[in-house]
Design a protein around this ligand. Structure first.
Ligand code: PLP
Length: 399
């Protein structure tokens, strides 16, 4: 089953998607040979229901939620599209949510505010280290409250950024949001399985999750509601009464089961972040030794234990990613590629990095199968690249 992971390659792009864990593949293969619709009353249907509910409990445990509060979706993008709507409101409270505020470094799955008119979406700035500016947030919230008067505001702040790994003060933001009677959505996609999350101990109203970032399959995720369920999100996908009539469509049973197995394994690992942070720290020490002029974005902020986003003078990320690929390793550039145009990362731009420098950012992200040998291989290629670029630059100077 593990043969599909090419052992000659070094995969250092877990924040984009993690390799599917062998146990996940096995569980999904066995479920796919089982017939049954979880809504059917016969034995096959009841077995399918049992598998779905077992996975729901496992996903709930990953984030300290109640199983009934986990609603499976096709991924975190759908979950965010569902949650970010003026029809999402406080249960039994103010019917309309009038405005949406979000950090300037949200993932495109959240950015833009979806079903809110763009004029009703405000951006909260971040510091040069990439963490949300909490004082600026308080001021924006004061202004927003002045505008909406008797309506609610939905605030979306991710738990940690996918490009820099910077951990956001999302829990503090949620406390403020709740104390002022508004709604809090947290994109926990990159934190799940990397740092412990306990929804019971936070004021998050809704959290989005994605299976493929934790070694599960792509195409499955969840919107998880806080234990007090103080928010009602009107269904985005209407259909049969699946998922307690919150999300229509026959359940993706194999995907859900794979998500459940990945969540159980990721939960064990979230308690042992030390191993991965030791690898990441040695990667950063190696980078700094080889090129003392390297800049690590968010280095002074609290970061995920698995992510390094860096640049060095003269580095062109697009060329570097290709060079790493040819050398047998997968890393990402910090640039966002859409419609054939490579734009500088909005995350780095929000941190005040100029467009040209932002185009030179490389992201390395580790995960469940990363090893010391991967770090050594990466540093060897980096050393080679820097030597060549130094030699090329010397050539230019000599000419
Ligand atoms: N949020 C973050 C922070 C992500 O990194 C991603 C994945 O790229 C998403 C949301 C979207 O997740 P999905 O691919 O499940 O829609």
């Amino acid at each position: 089953m593990t043969d599909r992971i090419d052992k000659r390659r070094v995969y250092l792009d877990h924040n984009a998607t993690a390799p599917v864990r062998p146990q996940v593949i096995e569980s999904m293969a066995s479920v796919m040979s089982h017939v049954g619709n979880p809504s059917s009353v016969h034995a096959e249907g009841r077995e399918a229901r049992r598998l779905v509910e077992e996975a729901r409990s496992s996903v709930a445990a990953l984030v300290g939620a109640e199983p009934r509060s986990v609603v499976f979706t096709s991924g975190a993008t759908e979950a965010a599209n569902w949650a970010l709507s003026p029809t999402t409101h406080l249960t039994g409270g103010r019917a309309d949510t009038r405005l949406c505020l979000m950090s300037a470094v949200e993932h495109p799955a959240v950015r833009g505010g979806h079903r809110f008119h763009p004029a009703l979406v405000g951006e909260i700035p971040v510091t040069a280290q990439g963490a949300l500016d909490i004082d600026a947030f308080r001021l924006l919230l004061d202004d927003a409250e002045g505008e909406v008067r008797d309506g609610s505001i939905i605030v979306a702040v991710m738990a940690a950024n996918n490009e820099t790994g910077v951990v956001q003060p999302a829990e503090d933001v949620a406390e403020i949001v709740r104390s002022r009677g508004h709604i809090m959505l947290c994109d926990a996609v990159q934190v799940a399985g990397r740092l412990p999350i306990d929804m019971g101990a936070t004021a998050f109203d809704m959290v989005t999750l994605s299976a493929h970032k934790i070694g599960g399959p792509a195409g499955i995720g969840a919107l998880v509601f806080g234990p007090d369920e103080r928010v009602t999100a009107e269904p985005f996908l209407r259909g049969g009464g699946q998922e307690q009539s919150r999300r229509g469509g026959t359940e993706n049973i194999a995907g859900i089961v794979g998500f459940g197995v990945a969540a159980a394994l990721a939960r064990e690992e979230a308690g042992q972040v030390c191993k991965i942070s030791v690898l990441r720290d040695s990667l950063e020490e190696g980078l700094a030794t080889i090129s003392p002029d390297v800049t690590i974005y968010g280095a002074e902020a609290v970061r995920l234990p698995n992510t390094t986003c860096f640049t060095a003078p003269g580095l062109n990320a697009e060329t570097a990613v290709i060079a790493f690929d040819l050398a047998g390793m997968a890393v990402s550039s910090g640039a966002a590629c859409s419609s054939g145009k490579v734009a500088p990362s909005h995350v780095l731009r929000a941190m005040g990095v100029d467009a040209e420098t932002a185009r030179g950012a490389i992201r390395v992200s580790l995960g469940w199968n990363s090893s010391r040998a991967d770090i050594d291989a990466f540093l060897a290629v980096w050393q080679d690249m820097r030597m060549r670029s130094g030699a090329a630059a010397d050539g230019v100077h000599a000419a």
